[in-house]
Ligand binder design. Structure first.
Ligand code: URP
Ligand code: ZN
Ligand code: ZN
Length: 460
């Protein structure tokens, strides 16, 4: 079946023009004025924006964490993502310490194959780097198309690796053409502060925030950047939140080192005052925590300065019942926040509509840069002849309210309850199929495909 999208305003990371798009099979076959395809289904996009499907390179679906599992699985999570204009996600496979990377990969394949509605890939979190895991990296990159390896500088005992392992991993990944990504916060400092607050009987969600001050993130970010400089590995910092951490990246840029930076939608829009709402603050208990208004300004500026290349979500939802695990002790609140469905619309409404970023920048940070950085461009992340027809048709004037009552994510609260936003994903296509139309999902469970990725590019 072919589809002809007529009269849309096409926005890419670089361009803004009116044209029609012809889709045949899974890919775009023509872009031009007054295209004609008599047998095609026609979608009239007059007055609408047409841009590449969003790519969210930081989500946690069905993830075992802090004694429970994130509440969206591959089915509900990718369905919610599609509703919100995100056609592809990259999830995290977590190695269990003492076990192989491949055994973790097999576990995640069971969670995802045949279940996802949207396309997906994995980063592999290396939590125990040793001689046998070293040998697995080549096949993961070359046979499986998994080219990015996540590290944690926090969560000691389960996920954290030390600096020696980090440097070893970086050297190996550099040799093989991959990328090392990081959760950059100083785990030892944070653990010390958590213990101090607990011993003083300071147990509310506010102390989650106070246990992870800005310096814990700035210090670890600087250390990671230095190790990446030493090993010359392509490096990417996930969920960067604050001025102190971004300054470390600025310093790296001065010595002509390129470190990619991701922030998340919540760090641009929400601030730490939410932790003052007693236990309700648990809704926003995530790591790193929300920061100050001055950090939001730094992050928006960082996007415009090209220092921050990606806006992701770190979608890691937990039901309220699960958050209550930490009712008496903030350190037991499962860390994470739901946003997979809201990212694109929030970024448009609060970024483009308010004039903070341009439409081109919006496309760059929500789709194109992730495709480039993670080895999927130009198959993903752009509207071009030959690319996958992953397309959002967006009404820039529609207003609507965000609420847990109407969202698709499998979580019983919203971090943005009652927010009135401008702009709505109207129709979403994934590999040439209409995936979302008139608020309904049109693809089946299992339609989503695992996307093999190429070696890391330095083009962004
Ligand atoms: O709070 C968070 N971010 N939960 C998910 C795990 C992580 O650190 O990304
Ligand atoms: Zn993290
Ligand atoms: Zn995360």
């Amino acid at each position: 079946m072919s589809i002809l999208i007529k009269n849309g305003r096409i926005i890419s990371a670089a361009d803004d023009y009116h044209a029609d798009i012809l889709i045949e099979g899974e890919t775009i076959s023509a872009i031009g004025r007054n295209l004609d395809a008599p047998r095609a289904k026609v979608i009239d996009a007059k007055g609408k924006l047409v841009f590449p499907g969003g790519i969210d390179p930081h989500v946690h679906l069905d993830m075992p964490f802090m004694g429970t599992f994130s509440s969206d699985d591959y089915e509900s999570g990718t369905r919610a993502a599609l509703h919100g204009g995100t056609t592809m996600v990259i999830d995290f496979v977590l190695q269990t310490q003492g076990k192989s990377l491949y055994s973790a990969l097999r576990e995640w394949q069971k969670k995802s194959v045949g279940k996802a509605l949207g396309d997906y890939s994995y980063h592999i979190a290396v939590t125990d780097f040793n001689e046998s895991t070293r040998k697995e990296l080549k096949d993961l990159i070359e046979k499986e198309g998994i080219t990015s390896f996540k590290t944690f500088m926090a969560y000691k005992g389960a996920l954290m690796i030390d600096d020696g392992q980090m440097v070893d991993l970086m050297q190996e990944v550099k040799k093989l053409g991959g990328m090392v990504t990081v959760h950059a916060t100083n785990g030892d400092m944070i653990d010390k502060l958590i213990a101090k607050h607990r011993s003083e009987g300071k147990l509310s969600p506010l102390y989650h925030y106070l246990s992870q001050p800005e310096i814990t993130e700035a210090e670890a970010s600087g250390r990671f950047v230095d190790m990446a400089y030493y090993t010359d590995v392509p490096a990417y910092i996930v969920h960067l939140t604050c001025e102190g951490a971004l300054n470390q990246v600025r310093n790296a840029a001065k010595r002509n080192q390129k470190v990619f930076v991701e922030t998340c939608i919540q760090y641009l829009l929400l601030d730490a005052s939410l932790y003052e709402k007693d236990f309700e603050g648990a809704k926003w208990v995530m790591s790193p925590p929300l920061r100050q208004k001055k950090d939001q300004e730094t992050l928006w500026a960082g996007i415009n300065q090209g220092l921050v290349q990606v806006v992701a979500t770190d979608h890691c939802p937990f039901m309220w019942e699960q958050k209550l695990m930490g009712k008496e002790d903030f350190s037991k609140i499962p860390n994470g926040h739901p946003a997979i469905e809201n990212r694109i619309e929030l970024l448009y409404s609060e970024g483009v509509h308010t004039g903070k970023i341009s439409l081109n920048k919006f496309v760059e940070v929500s789709s194109t840069n992730a495709a480039k950085i993670f080895g999927m461009y130009p198959r993903k992340g752009c509207i071009a002849v030959g690319s996958d027809a992953d397309i959002v048709i967006f009404d820039p004037h529609a207003t609507h309210k965000l609420s847990a009552k109407t969202h698709q994510m499998n979580v019983d609260y919203s971090g943005y309850e009652g927010w009135e936003i401008t702009g709505k994903c109207e129709t979403v296509l994934l590999r040439g199929q209409v995936a979302i139309e008139q608020g309904e999902v049109r693809v089946e469970k299992g339609y989503g495909q695992f996307i093999k990725r190429g070696k890391v590019s330095k083009v962004v």
